[in-house]
Write a protein that binds this ligand. Structure first.
Ligand SMILES: Nc1ccn([C@@H]2O[C@H](COP(=O)(O)OP(=O)(O)OP(=O)(O)O)[C@@H](O)[C@H]2O)c(=O)n1
Ligand SMILES: C[C@](O)(CO)[C@H](O)COP(=O)(O)O
Length: 230
C-alpha cells in the first residue's frame, strides 16, 4: 500500500548573494550537470501531485532569474527577498496567503542552495509529519566528533555528539503558526537561522525527521565540487 501524502505549499528562499562561494554570480545560478542549482531544486517539487503552489523569494536586483525557463512556469510565483533569509521566508509566507493558502495549510521551506533533495526524503517528511501537531524538519544525526572552541581557537571541550543533529531543509510547518512565530521572533530581535528556530522561540518542539546526509547546502566551493563529482 502506498501511503498518501498531504497537499502542501512551498517557499524557496533564493535571494542570497552566496558570498561564501566567492563566485561570479549568486550560487543558486551556478551550473550543475548543465542546469542551474535552482532549477534542480525546483524540480524536486514542481511535479509533486500534492503541490498547491510554490513561491520563490528573489532579490529585487536578481538579473539571472528572468532568463530561466522556469521563470515563466505558471506554478511559480515570485516574491521579493529580504535582508536576511528569515525576512525572505516571511515575505514568501505572505505571498502564499495572497495566493489563497489557508492558515492550516502545510508549508515546506527549502533552500534554493540545496539542489540534491531526493523524492524519497520529501515523501518521508510529508508522511511523517502530516498528522503532527507542530511540524518539523529533515535533519541528520551528527556523525563526527564535535569540539567546542575556546576563545583562543583551541579545543574547550568535547560535547556528547549523540544529542546533536544537523538541521537541513525542507522544514514543514502550518502556514499561520510559522508566519506568526517568524514575525514575532524577528520583531523581538531573536536570531533566526531556520524556520524551526522560530517555532522553538514561540515555544514549540519541532520533530526531527532523519534524512539523507547528501541533501547538502551548497555553501562553499568544495560543496559544489562534491555534487559535480557524483
Ligand atoms: N537574505 C537572504 C539570504 C539567503 N537566502 C537564501 O537562503 C538560502 C540559505 O542561505 P545561505 O546558504 O546562507 O545563502 P547565502 O546567504 O546566499 O550565502 P552567504 O551567507 O555565503 O552569502 C539560500 O538559498 C539563499 O539564497 C535568502 O533567500 N535571502
Ligand atoms: C536553513 C538552514 O539551511 C538549516 O541548516 C541553515 O540554517 C541556513 O543557514 P545559512 O547561514 O542561511 O546558510
Amino acid at each position: 500500500m502506498t501511503e498518501t501524502t498531504p497537499s502542501f505549499w512551498v517557499v524557496i528562499p533564493a535571494a542570497g548573494v552566496g558570498s561564501r562561494m566567492r563566485a561570479d554570480r549568486p550560487k543558486q545560478y551556478l551550473p550543475l550537470n548543465g542546469r542551474c542549482l535552482i532549477e534542480h531544486t525546483l524540480d524536486c517539487f514542481l511535479d509533486q501531485p500534492g503541490l498547491s503552489g510554490l513561491v520563490v523569494c528573489l532579490s529585487p536586483l536578481d538579473e539571472w532569474w528572468p532568463v530561466l525557463a522556469c521563470a515563466t512556469d505558471s506554478r511559480i510565483t515570485r516574491a521579493d527577498g529580504g535582508d536576511e533569509r528569515a525576512d525572505s521566508v516571511l515575505n514568501g509566507l505572505q505571498a502564499l496567503t495572497s495566493l489563497g493558502a489557508d492558515e492550516r495549510d502545510w508549508v515546506l521551506v527549502h533552500d534554493a542552495a540545496r539542489p540534491n533533495l531526493t523524492l524519497s526524503d520529501l515523501q518521508i517528511l510529508l508522511i511523517t509529519l502530516q498528522n503532527d501537531s507542530v511540524g518539523g524538519l529533515l535533519a541528520v544525526p551528527v556523525r563526527d566528533t564535535l569540539k567546542l572552541a575556546g576563545p583562543d581557537g583551541r579545543v574547550s571541550s568535547t560535547p556528547d555528539r549523540s544529542l546533536f543533529w544537523q538541521a537541513y531543509t525542507p522544514q514543514m510547518f502550518r502556514l499561520g503558526a510559522l508566519r506568526t512565530a517568524l514575525s514575532d521572533a524577528l520583531v523581538a530581535g531573536a536570531v533566526i537561522t531556520d524556520e524551526a528556530s522560530a517555532m522553538e522561540w514561540a515555544g514549540h518542539s519541532p520533530r526531527l525527521v532523519e534524512g539523507r546526509a547528501d541533501n547538502i547546502k551548497v555553501t562553499r566551493p568544495e560543496d559544489l565540487e562534491f555534487l559535480r563529482r557524483r
